[in-house]
Design a binder for this molecule. Sequence first.
Ligand code: NAP
Length: 337
Amino acid sequence: MTQQKTAFITGITGQDGSFLADLLLDKGYHVVGLARRSTNYDYPNIRHLIGRVTLEYGDLIDSDCLNNLIARYQPDEVYNIAAQSVPADSWNQPIVTAEVTALGTLRMLEAARRHKPDARFYQATSREIFGGVEQEVCDENTPFFANNPYGIAKQYAHQMMMNYRDSYGMFACGGILFNHESERRSLHFVTRKVTMAAACIKLGVEHPPLNEIGEALVQQGRVKIGNLDAVRDWGYAREYVEAMWLMLQHDKPQDYVIATNTIYTVRDLCRAAFDCVGLNWEDHVVSDERFMRPTEIAASRGDYSRAKAELGWQPRTSFKALVELMVEADLRLLSAR
Ligand code: NAP
């Protein structure tokens, strides 16, 4: 009988961490998840997993806690998914972003190096490390050109992970993931804001959820968002966590771009979401300066050829299907309230 593997996931309460936990449980892993102590203990993304995963309270700013947990659980695989993950917030919270997203990764690498150096280590890198690079298509050889505090913190974390791989021979991989979304995406991101707003407006919801600055998401039948011309390469998060696992099963630790190699604008997103509920997006979406980024990233798409060739990974869900599944999930969620 093969021995059950243990995986340690930071950020298990988030979108990716929760999907990854689903995947690893299906594969028979013992999953240990790091969750921040919360005042309301309401973890919507992992409510269905309570009792099936081991939850440990802790924080990426606390190296003692991370050292103790890695020493205690001796995980075969470590997935460092946690971060201050919202690029737009990183201008207002540059210190927290550096502390958690950059130094938090270093603390996790150190904990693994000291207490379980043969653990396979996944680092949640972001396409934001390419920032303003003027390349239509980015791959693993594209130079780093981060242009916001979040991207710069992720670049530090990624390069530190590479350094631990080179210096100590650790099996460490960086997944350079382009944007990926789902019904578990937080309302701090434009995709979920738009799908939730379309669902609220369609159903005539009286008390919509709050947006990232604490205002009602929908006011007078309208949702306020930032730059309609912003361009992203959007995929489905449930598929992207499969790539994380595949990276750690490969015989060689490497970095991989995970993307769809297609791009759409925020305007396309609005059109697709409001089409799903039979409404004209132009009647319901307003661009508001307050949600604009001070610097925008380049309109690049991701070339996932290496992941396809070496891991057998490729995206399966189209942009239209992704938006539809998110709107449908929001309609169900609001109807059940
Ligand atoms: P998410 O839903 O915002 O999840 C972030 C997770 O990090 C949450 O579980 C959060 O806990 C946790 N966290 C935040 N600060 C922490 C701290 N100080 N200590 C411990 N945990 C902390 O993000 P996601 O979309 O799943 O993204 C997962 C990772 O991939 C992140 O590192 C993100 O930066 C990166 N990434 C995401 C994308 C994307 O498009 N989704 C693309 C590229 C890279 P709480 O629930 O307590 O807040």
